[in-house]
Write a protein that binds this ligand. Structure first.
Ligand code: NI
Length: 176
């Protein structure tokens, strides 16, 4: 296993819709191991394939809820319920944190590493992770989900960073 570099905002791979996973083989399992190690090292609770430069509908997660890590290929979200508003960050935009609205609960269907169908009803943090990571596979980032005012503030904050300010350290609870 190895820790891979995480692509940052500005890298075009983060803004492209990813292609479906069609082959469930040892290579995908190796990608899974590397992404998991990269996620834990960051640290984060999720990581999507485009964040390591792979334009593939695949992500890994570990919500630290005791159920261990998981991987999902070709995720589809349905049955959004309720709303949660909490601070969210992204490993591809280090140091930026904003209140981000998400559905409180979602159903995720997709495929596991062997290509078998899976279905998970998620709430709270796990639901937030699933929404954040599935967004990545559509070329969307959490800053796209902010209120107009927060989005302007986020853009201004990022411009200041580009002028030489250093990003803050990653915080506990970083999504991916
Ligand atoms: Ni992210």
């Amino acid at each position: 296993m190895s820790v891979l570099p995480i692509r940052r905002l500005g890298d075009p791979v983060l803004r492209e819709p990813c292609r479906e996973v069609e082959v469930f083989d040892d290579l995908l399992s190796r990608v899974y191991e590397d992404m998991l190690e990269t996620m834990y090292h960051a640290p984060g609770v999720g990581l999507a394939a485009p964040q390591i430069g792979l334009s593939l509908r695949f992500f890994v997660y570990d919500a630290n809820d005791g159920s261990g890590p998981g991987a999902v290929a070709n995720p589809v979200l349905s049955e959004p319920a309720g709303e949660q508003i909490d601070e969210e960050g992204c490993l591809s935009i280090p140091g930026l944190w904003y209140l981000t609205p998400r559905a409180q609960g979602v159903r995720l269907t997709g495929r596991d590493l062997q290509g078998d169908p899976i279905s998970i009803d998620a709430e709270d943090l796990l639901a937030r992770i699933f929404q954040h990571e599935t967004d990545h596979l559509d070329g969307l980032l959490f800053i796209d989900r902010l209120s107009e005012e927060d989005r302007r503030r986020a853009m201004a904050e990022m411009r200041e960073r580009d002028l030489g300010a250093r990003p803050g350290p990653p915080r506990q609870g970083s999504i991916g």
